[in-house]
Design a protein. Structure first.
Length: 218
């Protein structure tokens, strides 16, 4: 008779879920951080400080739980509609767009409200996030599938995934994943530096308001 070690099975399940959580959270942030930073300072009119605080909060929430929720929710969404990685790309794109837009509509007001954004900024930022979800959902889903492959969590079977990458060794794939993360951070930093150069008065006014409030509390 084969004995089943429930404790060992549970540990494997926990380890796999944790691995998926880290992988999906990282892929979300790699793809979305520079995109949202650009829209927050360029369209929503946020200062670098407010936008940076928002991105840091989003990263913290992603690694706390939201990366796992997004990844698992996406898997369930795709499963419900019978979508696999072998499905037509246009079908995968459409569903990733709709899923991400719905996810952003729920999440964005919470993040913006917790990081100092005001009423109109919250509404504007949330509207932008929903719109971005409709546009940005498919590249985010693609990066998530690719990152799962690069980190060895799950093979990417999408027809558009480059075969030259699939053939690389695990070490090379991990290197590519690290390069993508570093590139995302560098791009985000460049966006804030450009905004600071083009509109230096925005952050100065934000700092001045904080000083006035501190000196003249009501």
């Amino acid at each position: 008779m084969v004995k089943i070690n429930l404790k060992q099975i549970n540990l494997r399940t926990v380890a796999r879920n944790l691995r998926q959580h880290v992988t999906d959270s990282t892929s979300m942030l790699v793809e979305s951080t520079p995109v949202f930073a650009a829209f927050e300072v360029g369209v929503a009119g946020m200062t670098n400080t407010v936008s940076l605080n928002t991105r840091v909060a989003a990263a913290g929430l992603a690694y706390l739980i939201l990366g796992y929720v997004y990844g698992k929710g996406r898997d369930l969404w795709r499963g419900h509609f019978g979508i696999t990685q072998e499905s037509e790309e246009k079908i995968q794109k459409k569903n990733d767009r709709l899923y991400t837009a719905a996810f952003n509509a729920i999440l964005s007001p919470i993040i913006y409200g917790l990081t100092g954004a005001e009423g109109l900024q919250i509404l504007t930022g949330t509207g932008i996030c929903v719109g971005l979800g409709l546009v940005n959902g498919w590249p985010m889903g693609y990066v998530m599938d690719a990152y799962r492959d690069l980190t060895g969590f799950e093979e990417c079977k999408r027809t558009s995934y480059p075969k030259i990458i699939k053939r690389q060794s695990p070490a090379v794939k991990l290197g590519l994943a690290a390069m993508l993360a570093a590139g995302s951070l560098a791009l985000t930093d460049g966006i804030y530096k450009l905004n600071g150069y083009l509109r230096p008065e925005k952050d100065f006014q934000h700092i001045e308001q904080k000083v006035n409030i501190a000196e003249n509390p009501r």
